[in-house]
Design a protein around this ligand. Structure first.
Ligand code: GLC
Length: 506
């Protein structure tokens, strides 16, 4: 049986505010994205995930949704989304939207209604509770971003509402079947329009014990969502999966679950919950061969036994970019080889293929309450300022070296980071072994990992050096792709350059 498309796909994450701006207001938009699809097609990605484009007051830049059924005017219109979808499909690419089910915006009509009175028919759509006495909130949970309590007191009705994130993001009560049905309707609206699936925001948070028990004292002060792991979520996911799978065309879900791999594995269910879940360990791991060896083993040993397909993530809109984390271009290049050759579905964050660093956003330029502006800086398309962003000043400053790291500067240069990504994607496309083949460790060397990917007669050996000194390994073959410039197509005699990672045809 053919494997579903999302097992062999490379998914490219677009942060719409920062990708490309068609209307010149300094904030990216859907028409802007549609105007840059040649970049994606040339690069060779299979699918695009758009961070939220729904109507939002933007307290958390779209992760606070005020209308799940409409596009925010900042990004364009439903017609623009339809246009983007058909342009992607005509190029053979898929589109995933970002579903934010745990919370709405405090400006969502559901919340306005819920807040209006204790007798509101939607009162129970959110978590309203009496205080713990003496101005105390109902429990001791801590919100993300603010580090303060996860409750806000509502003067009008004299009760508190729960918000695992900002006060502008009240948590929905999925324990109420009406909420579940309403969210299923939202999902259907977009599946009916032809989208290929969803990335689902903090999806492990949606099931909650209605008693909302206190966190243990040692966790107070740490965001509650990091520990929340209620079994009710699995029932909700099974029913959501049934909705998704009732559509033809292999629609997919990928869940955001910020917890250790052993816990993440549970959210795949028995092929009846999430299709995929993010593997965030690589986002947090230092650039070190032993750490990566362990991390890869933990991923395999937790997911393989339950036949769950892994994912790999080096960057997203919440974390420092890999080029910034690893500190040098050489390491970022070697890391790109790993991302795109490990067994599983890679998620590539827009701009990482250009080797962008985080922008320096300091003092009064800071916008994000979670301190994540740096990785959300606008993509430099052209060498000369304003780098393809004509019109108003961009909403955030450009990343460092925007001229030489622009797409325009790198595209003619086969030694560039951009070409390295393209070469890796081309290699994947041509090799069943790299896309979906088996994985086995091979002997490496001190600071060097080596593994084999194989599918029937198709075989590749990947060797990745984590050290900035030359190394020797016992493997030989033809270099199909090297992270070092100018080595592709040459024979490999076992000598690695500093920081070099190679894909060998053997
Ligand atoms: C997820 C998103 C993040 C957002 C948060 C709240 O972690 O990736 O950007 O702020 O959820 O929705």
């Amino acid at each position: 049986m053919a494997l579903p498309w999302w097992q062999s796909a490379v998914v490219y994450q677009i942060y719409p505010r920062s990708f490309a701006d068609a209307n010149g207001d300094g904030v990216g938009d859907l028409r802007g994205i549609a105007g840059r699809l040649d970049h994606l097609a040339w690069l060779g990605v299979d699918a695009v995930w758009l961070s939220p484009i729904f109507r939002s007051p933007m307290a958390d830049y779209g992760y606070d949704v005020a209308d799940y059924r409409d596009v925010d005017p900042l990004f364009g219109t439903i017609d623009d989304l339809d246009h983007l979808l058909s342009e992607l499909h005509s190029r053979g690419m898929r589109l995933l939207l970002d579903l934010v089910p745990n919370h709405t915006s405090s400006q969502h009509p559901w919340f306005a209604e819920s807040r209006s009175s204790r007798a509101s028919p939607k009162r129970d759509w959110y978590y309203w509770r009496d205080g713990g006495g003496d101005g105390e909130p109902p429990n001791n949970w801590t919100a993300a971003f603010t580090g303060k309590r996860a409750w806000t007191f509502d003067e009008g009705t004299g009760q508190w509402y729960l918000h695992s994130f900002l006060p502008e993001q009240p948590d929905l009560n999925w324990g109420n079947p009406e909420v579940e049905a309403a969210m299923h309707d939202v999902v259907r609206v977009w599946l009916d329009r032809g989208v290929d699936g969803f990335r689902i925001d903090v999806v492990d948070l949606i099931g909650k014990d209605p008693a909302l028990p206190d966190d243990p004292p040692e966790r107070v002060g740490h965001p509650h969502f990091l520990f929340h792991d209620d079994p009710r979520t699995h029932d909700l996911l099974r029913r959501l999966r049934a909705v998704i799978d009732s559509y033809p065309g292999e629609r997919v879900t990928v869940g955001e679950i910020s917890r250790p791999p052993r816990r993440v594995a549970a959210y795949y269910g028995d092929h009846d919950e999430l299709h995929l879940a993010f593997n965030f360990a690589p986002l947090l791991a230092p650039w070190d061969a032993d750490t990566w060896h362990t991390m890869i083993d933990v991923t395999r040993s937790t997911l393989d036994p339950v036949d769950a397909w892994p994912t790999w993530v080096l960057g997203n809109h919440d974390q420092q970019r890999p080029r910034t984390r690893y500190g040098t271009e050489g390491r970022a290049r070697a890391a790109a080889v790993l991302l795109l050759t490990l067994r599983g579905t890679p998620f590539l964050y827009a701009g990482d293929e250009l080797g962008l660093e985080d922008a320096i956003v300091a003092g009064d330029q800071v916008l994000d309450p979670g301190g994540r502006d740096g990785c959300r800086a606008p993509i430099p398309w052209e060498i000369d300022p304003p780098h393809g962003w004509n019109g108003a000043a961009t909403w955030l400053p450009f990343p460092p070296h925007a001229d030489v790291r622009s797409a325009e500067a790198q595209r003619p240069d086969p030694a560039s980071m951009l070409w390295l990504h393209r070469d890796l994607l081309t290699a994947r496309r041509g090799s069943d072994a790299l896309r979906t083949g088996s994985f086995a460790w091979l002997d490496g060397a001190d600071g060097v990992l080596a593994f084999e990917r194989a599918s029937r007669a198709d075989r590749r050996v990947v060797v990745v050096s984590f050290v900035d000194e030359p190394r020797r390994v016992a493997h030989q073959g033809t270099i199909e792709v090297s992270s070092a410039a100018g080595r592709s197509g040459q024979p490999f005699d076992g000598s690695l350059l500093p920081d070099e990672a190679v894909v060998l045809a053997v």
